[in-house]
Design a protein around this ligand. Structure first.
Ligand code: ATP
Ligand code: MG
Length: 434
């Protein structure tokens, strides 16, 4: 089959419904049925579904014979004319004039019907086939809107998009959650965040954004963590925690607005109703007090999952910014309150939305001596961070930023049970393929 000709002449199913002329369609066989002298085939492409109807004697014999013999999910080509039909989905059916199987599907290892009950691990083993499903496609169409809206919003605000390295020589955050890589004669690591690089960029080019993969060798298997995920990050010069929290508020509102406008069908298919969120600002101490009143446990320097859920219950459709976070619960690069190394509190925050952390951020330390003190306090060796510390010696403004996990955000926005639903090819403790 001539693909160049096909690309020119083919119509998407959603556009075919309005066509008065004969149309050429391609897609996947969703279902077939034979009722004696009448046969049906439901064809699906990325845009929709259409019923193809063949009545014996009214279509070519070859087509009638073939129509219900094609296996599910086979790829086919069909040319035909639309006819009004009360019973057909969408009010029209296609009467075929030409029908060809482009690629026959073998016996399917999982059920890919709309009502499939196949469990997630089995679906992920066969993700390439799972991606045939409308419901799954809807998730990733929405995710595409999310990342596009994120990029668009910040580019319009004068941010530059940067590409950080993925292979790094030393830990960017401290800690042990790093994947080691062999790098010629040296030891290297996969980046667990673009943190140190985006700070250097904010201290030179002021406003920077990226969407970049990161790797975290966290051993535990949870429904909200992956070992490879994508982060949507920004970093800004001349900023404190409040300047950058406002950026989250605005971009999340913009993203939700775009998803509501651009993904109506997908949201409906997933049964998700979205509202543009409000924002609420609270200190960690205020949240701790509130949770105590509610009888909910809060960690000393972190929020429990239970507390995150409670915040959503108390403040639905709201991004809750929890700031003035205890210093002990934040990484070494977060600015201590009052620029004092031994402060109780920090300029760090978390953003909680729909019962889960979607982002962490804060003002960073731009003062080399203070940074060295904080590294030591966290049990890290300043020598290992020499380039990073030195980068603040030659004119570095106060700056801040944050990171939103793309898959985490997708999960939260769509209310998905497991974060693995929000990544096409998840990498977790047990999964390296497909
Ligand atoms: P959490 O407390 O949820 O484990 P974190 O505080 O370790 O996350 P950060 O380093 O603050 O994570 O990362 C910034 C954002 O990236 C998080 O708010 C979250 O949206 C996302 N994120 C972090 N770790 C993961 C992961 N392992 N898998 C998927 N997304 C993640
Ligand atoms: Mg965090």
């Amino acid at each position: 089959m001539d693909m160049q000709k096909l690309q020119k002449n083919r119509t998407l199913i959603k556009d075919a419904f309005d066509s008065k002329k004969s149309v050429e369609l391609t897609g996947w066989v969703y279902d077939t049925r034979a009722l004696g002298k009448i046969k049906f085939l439901v064809l699906r492409d990325v845009s929709g579904e259409i019923q193809i109807t063949a009545v014996k004697g009214k279509v070519a014999d070859g087509i009638f014979k073939k129509l219900d013999k094609v296996s599910r999910e086979s790829v086919v080509y069909v040319r035909g004319t639309l006819k009004e039909s009360k019973q057909a989905p969408g009010g029209k059916e296609l009467i075929p004039e030409k029908f060809e199987v482009i690629a026959k599907a073998e016996e399917l290892p999982i059920d890919v019907s709309d009502f499939s009950k196949t469990e997630l691990p089995k679906r992920l083993d066969n993700r390439f086939l799972d991606l045939h499903r409308k419901r799954i496609q809807a998730i990733f169409k929405i995710q595409s809107t999310i990342s596009m809206a994120f990029r668009q919003h910040f580019i319009e605000k004068g941010f530059i998009e940067f590409q950080p390295p993925s292979i790094i020589g030393a830990s960017s955050e401290g800690g042990t959650d790093l994947f080691e890589a062999k790098y010629f004669e040296k030891k290297a690591f996969l980046a667990q965040s673009p943190q140190l690089y985006k700070q250097m960029i904010a201290c030179s080019m002021e406003k920077a954004m990226t969407i970049t993969p990161v790797w975290r060798a966290e051993k535990h298997n949870t429904i909200r963590h992956l070992n490879e995920c994508r982060q949507m990050d920004i970093e800004m010069g001349f900023a404190d925690a409040f300047v950058v929290m406002k950026q989250i508020e605005e971009v999340v509102q913009y993203i939700v607005k775009e998803v509501i406008e651009k993904n109506k069908e997908e949201l409906e298919l997933l049964g998700v109703r979205l509202k543009i969120p409000k924002a609420k600002y609270m200190t960690f101490a205020e949240v701790a007090k509130l949770m105590k009143e509610q009888g909910v446990h809060v960690g000393k320097d972190d929020l429990s999952g239970e507390a995150e859920k409670k915040l959503d219950e108390l403040f639905p459709d709201t991004i809750v910014f929890v700031h003035d976070w205890p210093l002990s619960g934040k990484p070494f690069y977060i600015m201590p309150k009052g620029e004092k190394a031994d402060a109780e509190l920090s300029e760090g925050f978390d953003a909680i939305y729909k019962g889960m952390e979607i982002s962490s951020g804060g003002q960073r330390i731009h003062l080399p001596d203070l940074l060295i003190e904080r590294l030591k306090a966290k049990g890290l060796n300043p020598v290992d961070f020499k380039d990073y510390v030195d980068s603040f010696r030659y004119g570095a403004p106060p700056h801040g930023g944050w990171s939103i996990g793309l898959e985490r955000f997708t999960q939260v926005l769509l209310g998905l049970e497991n974060i693995r639903e929000a990544v096409m090819f998840p990498r977790d403790r047990d999964r390296l393929s497909p």
